[in-house]
Design a protein around this ligand. Sequence first.
Ligand code: GAL
Length: 410
Amino acid sequence: MKLQSPKNLAPLESRLTFPAGFFWGAATSAHQVEGGNHNDWSEWEKVTRHEESGRACDHYNRFREDFDIAKSLGHNAHRFSIEWSRIEPEEGKFNEKEIAHYQEVIDALRERGIEPFVTLWHWTLPVWVAKQGGWENKKTIDDFTRYVDKIVRSLKSVTYWMPLNEPGTFVGLGYIQGSRPPQVKNLTRANRAFKNLMAAHRQAYDIIHKVNDGALVGTANYAVHMTPYKNLPWNWLLIKILDYVRNWRFFATLNNKFDFIGIQYYHTDVINLKLGKGRWGPIELKNPNDWVSDIGWWIYPEGIYHLLKRAARYGKPIFITENGVADAGDIYRERFIKEMLRWIYQATSEGVDVRGYFYWSLLDNFEWDSGFTQRFGLVEINYKTMERKIRKSALEYAKIAKENAVETDP
Ligand code: GAL
């Protein structure tokens, strides 16, 4: 596959070699892959008659088999999340068996030479936490910190921790758009939840460092690149505001309490100010949609380069903690990964300190309110038999991981 050399940049070398020690892996989250979870999401699935996560990929029981696959694909890192509702199903009552389960997960990764990157909250809450008002209730901050303290004391061998997955997306969809739990449409409540989430991250940061000096605590933050439809001052102004609110406000509220940055990039939006009704009031999307994933997102690999350049201002190591494509036919995935990596390489060659890439996801999985329809996996899941089948693109990604390099013109 021949990769495009970006405009105004030096022609591509035929082999793009990544910095030594680069982490190559994939990401998952508990509710999306484990199966058998009981939390605010599983309750919501029932009540709203959405497709139920149910057994999901049965990864809770098959994690060893799945990590064998990851190892065979040359992965040397893996991102997953711990399910709070398993650990603390009732307030203050920790389930030691479930903690032991996650210790086994970590051991299984280490035995295969795979570095664990652990998320402590990937969008699901124990039912008792949701009942007390979830992230709107200040008490949840202390409850979360107590859970984090317990986990970090128990799982001492983990270095890389991410307290929260995409708090911005969670608040946007759950409290502004109202399409996901807790299905609220209220800016004041959204703000309250966001502030509490930020406080929870800061407290988690302190606790993790107190318990484990060697730990590194980072973000797992959604970032969307935006460009103006036409080169007009009001479009640029709008993008400036949106860019801050959507991408960087998060960091401004963390008081420097992060040791690394996790960027999660899926799509770019072409923004136009339109005084009429658009997707978000006066904001209209004008994406060329020349390359679109199954889920309808416009794919624009160059976007990741711009986001990385912006993230570099914080002077911290950066990981791409999620980047992936819904592509049931496995038609675009290879090109998607290679072009993203081409732009990530460009950023590293300009001095941006990128240290790892986690494709979303290792497995096809439960895509939240879209159920099982969207297939992001390097590995295809047959949900009837739970059979795993490695996709062709996964083998291409494996070559990259094993060689620590992307061939641009084989
Ligand atoms: C992310 C999220 C993941 C996954 C992915 C694909 O925002 O963290 O859980 O669903 O999007 O939509």
